[in-house]
Write a protein that binds this ligand. Structure first.
Ligand SMILES: *[C@@H]1O[C@H](CO)[C@@H](O)[C@H](O)[C@H]1NC(C)=O
Ligand SMILES: *[C@@H]1O[C@H](CO)[C@@H](O)[C@H](O)[C@H]1NC(C)=O
Ligand SMILES: *[C@@H]1O[C@H](CO)[C@@H](O)[C@H](O)[C@H]1NC(C)=O
Ligand SMILES: *[C@@H]1O[C@H](CO)[C@@H](O)[C@H](O)[C@H]1NC(C)=O
Ligand SMILES: *[C@@H]1O[C@H](CO)[C@@H](O)[C@H](O)[C@H]1NC(C)=O
Ligand SMILES: *[C@@H]1O[C@H](CO)[C@@H](O)[C@H](O)[C@H]1NC(C)=O
Ligand SMILES: *[C@@H]1O[C@H](CO)[C@@H](O)[C@H](O)[C@H]1NC(C)=O
Ligand SMILES: *[C@@H]1O[C@H](CO)[C@@H](O)[C@H](O)[C@H]1NC(C)=O
Ligand SMILES: *[C@@H]1O[C@H](CO)[C@@H](O)[C@H](O)[C@H]1NC(C)=O
Ligand SMILES: *[C@@H]1O[C@H](CO)[C@@H](O)[C@H](O)[C@H]1NC(C)=O
Ligand SMILES: [Cu+2]
Length: 559
C-alpha cells in the first residue's frame, strides 16, 4: 500500500514537474506522414502530423522555449507555422514557405526553435505551403506561468475543439484544378469538429459518430476553440448553454456572455461553459458565415455532443438552429462585443501616435489567362498588387542583403483612389510583384484594411505574422480619414493576430514594429492567399543589443 502510493507520488512528480515548471525547453517531434481515415466521407490518405487528425496539441508555459523537430515523410514540400506566436527575433522559426524559410523537402527535417514571450492562451500550428494546412494542423496551448492564475474563474477541465473543413478529394488536386481553370475551387464536403463531421452531418458512418464532451452537472469547462478551416468563417453554438468569452488569439478579453461565437479562419477563442442543465445530450454546431451572395460555401453543419454524466448515448438530444449563413448582424454583434481585458496586469498597450499611416485595399480582380476556361483567371490583391511568391525565402534575402529577390516599394496607399465599395464599371486587372513595405524598428503603424467591391464585396480575415495588433476601428462603406478616426477605441480595443474585414467595409489596426524581420500579411481564406491577397513587411533592426534579428540556424532549409 505504502509502496504503491509513494510510487504514485513519484510518478506524479515525474510527469507533473515538467508541466509545472517554466522557462524550460520542451522537445517535440512532428513526423509529417500520410494516413488513411475511414471515419469521414472518403477513405483517401491525407497528410498528417504523427498520424493524427487534428494533429497533436503542443503544450507549453509562457516563458518556455519550444524545439520542434519536423521530419518530412510525404512527397510534398512542407513547412509549419506557429500561428500567433510572436517569434521575437526568431523569424527563422515562423514557417511561411518562401517568406521566412525554404520548404523542408521530402526526406529532410528542420528544428523550429522559439520562445513563448508575453503570451498565454490558445494558438495553433499549421502547414504553411499550398493547401496542406487542410489536414496538417493542431492546437498550441500556452499555459500561464506557474502560480499565475487565469483572470477568470478556474475551470474544472479544459478541452480543445478544432473546427475544420474536409474534402473528399485530395486538397492539392482541388487547388490545382482551380488554378488551371482560373475559376474558384470546389467548396469542401464537410465541416469537422475535432476531426469528425458529427451525427447530424450526413457525412459520418453512424448516428453516434462525432466528438462527445462528457460533462458533470454544475462544473465549469474551458473550451479552447480554433477555426482551422481553409476558406470559411464559422459560427459556433452549444444547444441549451451560454458561452462566456475570456480570451481570443492568446490575449485576455473582458468577459462577455453570448449564445453564438464567430471565428474566422486563423482565429482562436476561449470560452467558459457551465454545465447548468441537469442531464441529457446537447448538440454543438459549427456552421458557415458568408454574407456575399456571389461566393459559394459549404453549407453543411458539423455537429458534436455535450453529454451529461448521468446520460447515455441514446438519451434524448437537444438541438439548436445555427444562424442563417448570411447573418451579418449576428457576426457584427459578436465582433463589436470584444474588448481587451486591459487590467493592471494585462494592459492594452495601444500605440497612441502613428508614424506610418497605411491604407490597403483588399479584394479580387480578373487577369487575362490564355489557357484558362474563360480566357481569364480570378486573382486577388492588396492595393492592386497580386503578390508573386519568390523562389527563395525573403527573410534570407533580407538578412544576407541579396538583391533581385524583392523590392521595398509596396504602395502604402491605393495607387488610384476610387469608390472602393461602390459598384459600377471598372478595370478589373491587377499588377503583379514581390513588393514589401519597409518599417524602421519600433515605428508605430496604423493600417486601414478596406474591402473593395471590384468583383463583389466579401469578408476577408487578414492575418499578420510576428505581431499582435489592436483593432481600433471598424465600419461599413469607405474609410474616411477625416471622420472615421473620431470613433476609434484607443483604450481597450481587442488585441489579436487575425481580423475579419467586413464585407463592403473596413477595419483599422495599430501595432508597434518592435520585432525585426520579414512578416507576412495575408488573407486567411487560403483561396485568396493563393490568388495573391498577400504582402510582407520588412522591419529593420534597431540599434540596441536585443533589437536585431538573430542569425539563421545551421539547419535552415535551402531552396
Ligand atoms: C535555440 O535558439 C537559441 C537562440 O534563440 C539558441 O541559443 C539555442 O542554442 C537554440 N537551440 C537549439 C537546440 O538550436
Ligand atoms: C470539383 O467538383 C466537380 C463537380 O462536382 C467535380 O467534377 C470535380 O471532380 C471536383 N474536383 C476535384 C479535384 O475534386
Ligand atoms: C446547401 O447548398 C446546396 C447546393 O447549393 C443546396 O442544394 C442545399 O439546399 C443547401 N442546403 C441548405 C441546408 O441550405
Ligand atoms: C466561366 O466559365 C465557366 C465554365 O466554363 C462558366 O460556367 C462561367 O459562366 C464562365 N464565366 C464567365 C464570367 O464567363
Ligand atoms: C547587410 O547590410 C547591412 C547594412 O549595410 C550590414 O550591416 C550587414 O552586415 C549586411 N549583412 C550581411 C550578412 O552582409
Ligand atoms: C459609392 O458607391 C455607393 C454604392 O454604389 C454609393 O451609394 C455611394 O454614394 C458612392 N460614394 C461616393 C462617394 O461616390
Ligand atoms: C491596377 O493595375 C492595372 C495594371 O496596371 C491597371 O490597369 C488598373 O487600372 C489598376 N487598378 C486600380 C484599381 O488601381
Ligand atoms: C518604442 O517607442 C515607444 C514610444 O515612443 C517608446 O516608449 C519605447 O521605449 C520604444 N522602445 C524601444 C525599444 O525603443
Ligand atoms: C537582452 O536580452 C538578454 C536576454 O534576454 C537580457 O539578459 C538582457 O538584459 C537584455 N539587454 C537589454 C539591454 O535589454
Ligand atoms: C520543393 O522546394 C524546392 C526548393 O524551393 C523546389 O525547388 C521544388 O520545386 C519544390 N517541389 C515542389 C513539388 O514544389
Ligand atoms: Cu480574403
Amino acid at each position: 500500500m505504502a509502496a504503491s502510493s509513494s510510487l504514485r507520488a513519484l510518478i506524479l512528480v515525474f510527469f507533473l514537474l515538467p508541466l509545472l515548471a517554466e522557462g524550460i525547453t520542451r522537445h517535440y517531434k512532428f513526423n509529417v506522414a500520410e494516413k488513411k481515415f475511414t471515419r469521414l466521407c472518403s477513405t483517401k490518405s491525407i497528410a498528417t502530423v504523427n498520424g493524427q487528425f487534428p494533429g497533436p496539441t503542443l503544450y507549453a508555459r509562457e516563458g518556455d522555449t519550444v524545439l520542434v523537430k519536423v521530419v518530412n515523410h510525404v512527397h510534398y514540400n512542407v513547412t509549419i507555422h506557429w500561428h500567433g506566436v510572436r517569434q521575437l527575433r526568431t523569424g527563422w522559426a515562423d514557417g511561411p514557405a518562401y517568406i521566412t524559410q525554404c520548404p523542408i523537402q521530402p526526406g529532410q527535417n528542420y528544428v523550429y526553435n522559439f520562445t513563448l514571450t508575453g503570451q498565454r492562451g490558445t494558438l495553433w500550428w499549421h502547414a504553411h505551403i499550398s493547401w496542406l494546412r487542410a489536414t496538417v494542423h493542431g492546437a498550441i496551448v500556452v499555459l500561464p506561468k506557474s502560480n499565475v492564475p487565469y483572470p477568470f474563474p478556474a475551470p474544472h477541465k479544459e478541452v480543445v475543439l478544432v473546427l475544420a473543413e474536409w474534402w473528399k478529394s485530395d486538397t492539392e488536386a482541388v487547388i490545382n484544378e482551380a488554378l488551371n481553370s482560373g475559376l474558384a475551387p470546389n467548396v469542401s464536403d464537410a465541416h469537422t469538429i475535432n476531426g469528425h463531421a458529427g451525427p447530424l452531418s450526413g457525412c459520418s458512418s453512424s448516428a453516434r459518430d462525432g466528438f462527445t464532451l462528457q460533462v458533470d452537472k454544475g462544473k465549469r469547462y474551458l473550451l479552447r476553440i480554433i477555426n482551422a478551416a481553409l476558406n470559411e468563417d464559422l459560427f459556433f453554438k452549444v444547444a441549451g448553454h451560454q458561452l462566456t468569452v475570456v480570451e481570443v488569439d492568446a490575449a485576455y478579453t473582458k468577459p462577455f456572455t453570448t449564445d453564438t461565437l464567430l471565428l474566422t479562419p486563423g482565429q482562436t477563442t476561449n470560452v467558459l461553459l457551465t454545465a447548468r442543465q441537469g442531464a441529457g445530450r446537447y448538440i454543438v454546431t459549427a456552421s458557415p458565415f458568408m454574407d456575399s451572395p456571389l461566393v459559394a460555401v459549404d453549407n453543411r453543419t458539423a455537429t458534436a455532443t455535450v453529454q451529461y454524466a448521468n446520460s447515455v448515448s441514446t438519451s434524448a438530444i437537444t438541438t439548436t438552429k445555427p444562424p442563417p449563413q448570411n447573418a451579418t448582424p449576428v457576426a457584427s454583434s459578436f465582433t463589436d462585443s470584444l474588448r481587451s481585458l486591459n487590467s493592471q496586469q494585462y494592459p492594452a498597450k495601444v500605440p497612441a501616435t502613428v508614424d506610418h499611416s497605411l491604407l490597403f485595399t483588399v479584394g479580387l480582380g480578373v487577369n487575362p489567362c490564355a489557357t484558362c476556361a474563360n480566357g481569364s483567371r480570378v486573382v486577388a490583391d492588396i492595393n492592386n498588387v497580386s503578390f508573386v511568391m519568390p523562389t527563395t525565402a525573403l527573410l534570407q534575402a533580407h538578412y544576407f542583403n541579396a538583391s533581385g529577390v524583392f523590392t521595398d516599394d509596396f504602395p502604402g496607399q491605393p495607387p488610384i483612389a476610387f469608390n472602393y465599395t461602390g459598384s459600377g464599371p471598372r478595370n478589373l486587372q491587377t499588377m503583379s510583384g514581390t513588393r514589401l513595405y519597409r518599417v524602421p524598428y519600433n515605428a508605430s503603424v496604423q493600417l486601414v484594411l478596406q474591402d473593395t467591391g471590384i468583383i463583389g464585396p466579401e469578408n476577408h480575415p487578414i492575418h499578420l505574422h510576428g505581431y499582435n495588433f489592436f483593432v481600433v476601428g471598424r465600419g461599413v462603406g469607405n474609410y474616411d480619414p477625416k471622420s472615421s478616426p473620431s470613433n476609434f477605441n484607443l483604450v481597450d480595443p481587442i488585441e489579436r493576430n487575425t481580423i475579419g474585414v467586413p464585407s463592403g467595409g473596413w477595419t483599422a489596426i495599430r501595432f508597434r514594429a518592435d520585432n525585426p524581420g520579414v512578416w507576412f500579411l495575408h488573407c486567411h481564406f487560403e483561396v485568396h492567399t493563393t490568388w495573391g491577397l498577400k504582402m510582407a513587411f520588412v522591419v529593420d533592426d534597431g540599434e540596441g543589443p536585443n533589437q536585431s534579428l538573430l542569425p539563421p540556424p545551421n539547419d535552415l532549409p535551402s531552396c
